[in-house]
Design a protein around this ligand. Structure first.
Ligand code: FES
Length: 256
């Protein structure tokens, strides 16, 4: 089915991808990818103090039109669906969508600074930890020097869930040059696998036919245990979700 652009609510600062790529959440089933895009493992790398500093690409996976992606965490063929969701309930996985359709900025907390400000929607947190590298983004946005401003923007741009957005006046400072990408997050410092990251304005359609707000950065649960489905709420970190894929980042891969 074609992307129904007239039904999209697009967040300020986001541009919907131009390739008609979108994800459909199926009822009690997998994610269905529409359109063709790049799907790649994205390893969170840390410095010696365990602080998240960069992403590095790993293996790439085929992501063509009508590709079914596991969202129950049970598939033996991740990132793809192998119909294990048919036994999700008996394995303690409830795939019911619980997220709100409200725009993020309706409820996000705002932290004002002298040069930039920050919006923070904590319920979207995917626990990637780029926001606290020893200099916390909530403090940095309250400084006026250029270094703090650039650090704040960089931290927000690495936040895969879009929980954190830095603003210049009434305009979100978003990276508009992101190629639409499906990232399979691998959290190396925390020794677990993470969510599916959607970079670059990829719409998500609920199983009830309604679209969630289109955002530049979003994370979809793939462990099956989020309480804010289809979005990740960081639970994968406490349950040490493992996707079973090779955990070797491509040494020739570029830092994201
Ligand atoms: S992948 Fe993050 S809560 Fe499921």
């Amino acid at each position: 089915m074609e992307l129904e652009k007239d039904q999209l609510d697009v967040q300020l600062g986001t541009e919907t991808n131009t390739k008609n790529i979108y994800i459909e959440v199926t009822a009690d089933g997998p994610y269905l990818l529409h359109g063709q895009t790049r799907m790649v493992q994205q390893f969170i790398l840390a410095n010696p103090n365990g602080i998240s500093i960069a992403y590095k690409d790993g293996a790439t996976f085929k992501a063509e039109n009508e590709t079914y992606l596991c969202r129950c965490g049970l598939s033996k063929n991740k990132p793809y669906c192998d119909n294990s969701h048919l036994k999700a309930k008996q394995n303690g996985v409830d795939l019911t969508e619980t997220a709100t359709f409200n725009p993020e900025f309706a409820t996000a907390e705002i932290i004002e600074g002298p040069v930039v400000s920050l919006s923070d929607d904590e319920k979207l947190c995917a626990y990637a930890r780029f926001c606290d590298n020893g200099r916390r983004i909530w403090n940095e946005v309250q400084e006026s020097d250029q270094e703090s401003v650039e650090l704040s923007v960089g931290m927000a741009h690495h936040c895969p869930s879009g929980r954190l957005i830095v603003w210049d006046g009434g305009t979100p400072i978003e990276d508009k040059d992101i190629e639409p990408t499906i990232g399979l997050i691998e959290d190396m410092p925390n020794n677990c696998s993470g969510p599916i990251a959607l970079w670059g304005g990829i719409p998500v359609k609920s199983s009830n036919g309604k679209y969630y707000e289109v955002r530049n950065r979003q994370t979809l649960c793939r462990c099956g245990q989020s309480t804010n489905k289809p979005f990740c709420d960081g639970t994968h970190a406490s349950m040490k979700f493992q996707d079973g894929l090779d955990k070797a980042p491509d040494q020739n891969g570029k830092t994201f």
